[in-house]
Write a protein that binds this ligand. Structure first.
Ligand SMILES: [Zn+2]
Length: 135
């Protein structure tokens, strides 16, 4: 018998496929439909665009304090150069695997360098703790 599929797990699986979808997924998790400036809290913000597309860094700008920021700003993802789709894949993989995912397996399967993989695992643990995920 198949377990009912979790909506958020399905979204994670899709987000792991490309960076734009991963950014949109993380933005939705962080802000829902009410994006706000992580610096001053102003909700008068907009996505920066280049030729009708989101710019390559997926930046936002605040009309209040004029700060530029991304969904990573002020989160455990800030300062990480790992693409958000890799994070999403890691979260999806760890959430769907009964045993979780070891750092060594991440290195092998996802072709991440060891130090990157260790960093990802440490941050993942921080995220899991802060979200309070059971299992
Ligand atoms: Zn602001």
């Amino acid at each position: 018998m198949n377990k009912p599929k979790s909506q958020v797990l399905e979204e994670l699986r899709i987000a792991a496929v490309d960076e734009a979808k991963a950014v949109a997924f993380i933005e939705k998790q962080r802000w829902g439909n009410d994006a706000c400036c992580p610096r001053c809290g102003d909700m008068d913000v907009y996505q920066m665009m280049t030729d009708g597309q989101r710019n390559k860094d997926y930046r936002w700008r605040c009309r209040g304090c004029k700060a530029m920021y991304t969904v990573r700003t002020g989160t455990v993802f800030e300062g990480s150069r790992i693409q958000l789709r890799h994070w999403c894949f890691g979260f999806w993989r760890a959430s769907t695997s009964k045993k979780g995912v070891s750092a060594r397996r991440k290195v092998g399967r996802y072709k991440l360098r060891r130090n990157r993989s260790d960093l990802l695992i440490r941050k993942y643990v921080v995220v899991r703790k802060s979200v309070g995920t059971q299992s």
